[in-house]
Structure formats: C-alpha cells, structure tokens
Design a protein around this ligand. Structure first.
Ligand SMILES: Cc1cc2nc3c(=O)[nH]c(=O)nc-3n(C[C@H](O)[C@H](O)[C@H](O)COP(=O)(O)OP(=O)(O)OC[C@H]3O[C@@H](n4cnc5c(N)ncnc54)[C@H](O)[C@@H]3O)c2cc1C
Length: 282
C-alpha cells in the first residue's frame, strides 16, 4: 500500500525541525523510518508533514559527559551495539534488534520514542534509569524514563517535541538484557524480555532496577523484584525468589505470541537470567 500524500521537510538543525513540527496540525518526526514508513504505508498513521531529522549534523554521536552517556537522536542500533561506553543492557538490546538492515537504519532514540510494546530499547533505558531530553520550539525539557512510557506506542512527548537525546547515568554496577524473540532465539521483537541493573556494595545488593517488555502495554519496572533483591547477597536462591515477583503489579497482555500465563512464566525466567548476568557484570 502507498501512504496518503504528505509534505516532507529535512531541516538543517534542531531549531528548524522544532519550528517545522509546530507548523503543522499533524506532523511526525522521522529518524530511521524503520517503523514510521511501514505505519504510513499501512495507513495506521497519516501525518500531514514528515520532519526528517536525518540531515541534522551532530546527532549521530555517543558522548561521555562525565556523569552520563548521551546517545544522540541519530545513533543507529549498530552503533549502540558496538559502543563500549554504553551499558551492557542497552548494548545487548541493540545487538538483538531485528536484522542487519534494521540495525543500520533504525535508531536507539527512535525506538524509545516509538515505544512499541515488544521493543527492546525501552526496557533497557528504563532499567538503566535514563533521562529523555525533549526539544521543542519553546525549549528543552528532561523526562525521567519511569515517567516517559505512558501506554502502547504512547510516550510523555508532546506534539511538537523531538526526542533529541537519551542520557544514561554513569551509576556503576552491572546490567544485562535477556529476551525470547518471536521466532525463538534473540533477534526479532520480544515475546518477553527483561533488562536488569544492579549495584553491589560490601557483598550485598545495594540497588536494583528490572524492567519488562513484551508482557504488558508498556515497558514496566518490576518493583517487587527490586524490593526482594536489595539487601540480599545476590545468590542464585535470592535471584530466584526475587524473580518470582516479576509480574507483581503488571497488567499482563495476551497476544498472538502467548497467553497471560505463558508471558508471566517467561517474564520470571527472563528476569532471573538478566539478574544473574547483571550481578556477574557488577
Ligand atoms: C523488520 C523489522 C524488524 C524489527 N525488529 C525489531 C526488534 O527485534 N526489536 C526492536 O526493538 N525493534 C525492532 N524493529 C523496530 C526498529 O528497532 C525501529 O528502528 C524502531 O522501532 C524505530 O526507530 P527508527 O529510528 O526507525 O524510527 P522511525 O521509524 O523514524 O520513527 C518511529 C516513530 O517514532 C517517532 N520518532 C522517531 N524518532 C523520534 C525522535 N527523535 N523524536 C520524536 N519522535 C521520534 C516517529 O515520529 C515515529 O512515530 C524492527 C523493525 C523492522 C522494520
């Protein structure tokens, strides 16, 4: 199918892009186009204006800002996967995204802005405690990851805002990502996945965040897991007991890829695996 007709602009900088976005009734940002173009072709989205940010210089960088790693809006999945500066949870999520073409065109920031219920990056940035930096014609604002994901394909970004970068705090500790892909194995969207971040001090777990993907309508922090694990020695039995609480407070979603029971089971298995690896990485 072909998209409905639309206007197209490719601004030279973020200020111009923000102005263009504000100028149309229904405008959409395009970064990699890997999800936007198929949705337009299927007419699930029919914007009046597409603002292609692909020609803006300087957005394709991963920068060490001292207390945080900043991932620019045009950093591709392949770049994120290859960067030693990026924590393991997000690096792995990027490496396990789709196929080579998708990883070379699609962007980490675009995936987070898109907020697909089964995407890999949103869970990783949530577990890593990232901050989203949104740019609009009226300025810049920061949104914590745990306030960013609102519902399926819905984020806290307002119309007219561009997600300009994601900042991941350099909090130390270790992180990991685990998933079961829709075709088995690791690539393809997640039937269920879990990203974990843990910090250890004096032989015990002092802090922890686990985020799930694929099991509900948005990536969700598994708060019961963190509550159960913090203060333990992080042993296999402590991990197992904590992972058993993975779906506490999560509204499970049955879909073509599994029943609620199956998703709940996978969420616990992926949580235990991600925690075990994150503890090993800490
Ligand atoms: C065949 C295939 C397989 C895939 N497999 C996986 C997979 O295994 N795991 C996975 O997680 N993903 C998968 N994806 C999705 C892929 O990761 C996309 O790259 C990602 O969803 C969107 O990134 P993009 O840069 O292409 O965004 P685009 O397609 O350009 O945009 C997607 C949406 O986000 C908005 N948007 C994009 N960037 C911004 C921004 N900077 N500010 C504000 N809004 C923005 C757009 O307006 C649009 O609504 C797959 C995609 C395809 C086509």
């Amino acid at each position: 199918m072909f998209p409905r007709s639309f206007e197209y602009v490719a601004p030279a900088d973020l200020a111009e892009a923000a102005e263009a976005l504000a100028s149309a009734e229904f405008a959409k940002v395009m970064s990699g186009g890997m999800s936007l173009i198929p949705m337009m072709k299927l007419r699930l989205l029919s914007p009046d204006l597409v603002v292609d940010i692909g020609k803006i210089r300087g957005l394709d960088q991963i920068e060490d800002r001292g207390d945080a790693i900043a991932i620019g809006a045009l950093v591709r999945h392949a770049q994120t996967a290859a960067s030693d500066a990026v924590p393991a949870a997000l690096r792995t999520a990027a490496a396990w995204t789709g196929d080579t073409q998708v990883r070379n065109r699609g962007t980490t920031v675009g995936s987070v802005a898109h907020a697909d219920i089964a995407a890999d990056q949103p869970a990783a940035v949530l577990a890593l405690g990232a901050t989203m930096v949104a740019r609009s014609a009226s300025g810049t604002r920061e949104i914590p990851a745990d306030e960013f994901f609102v519902d399926a394909l819905t984020t806290a970004l307002e119309p007219g805002e561009i997600l300009a970068e994601i900042r991941i705090p350099k909090a130390g500790g270790g992180s990991a990502y685990e998933k079961l892909g829709r075709r088995g194995g690791h690539t393809d969207y997640a039937v269920a996945g879990a990203a974990a971040w843990v910090q250890r001090s004096n032989g015990s777990i002092s802090d922890c965040r686990v985020a799930l993907t694929g099991v509900g309508t948005k990536p969700t922090l598994a708060e019961g897991v963190a509550e159960a694990l913090i203060g333990t020695d992080g042993s296999a039995s402590a991990v197992e007991a904590a992972a058993a609480r993975a779906t506490e407070g999560v509204t499970l979603l049955e879909d073509l890829y599994g029943s609620e029971e199956y998703k709940a089971h996978l969420a616990k298995v992926m949580t235990a695996r991600a925690l075990t690896q994150a503890i090993a990485n800490a």
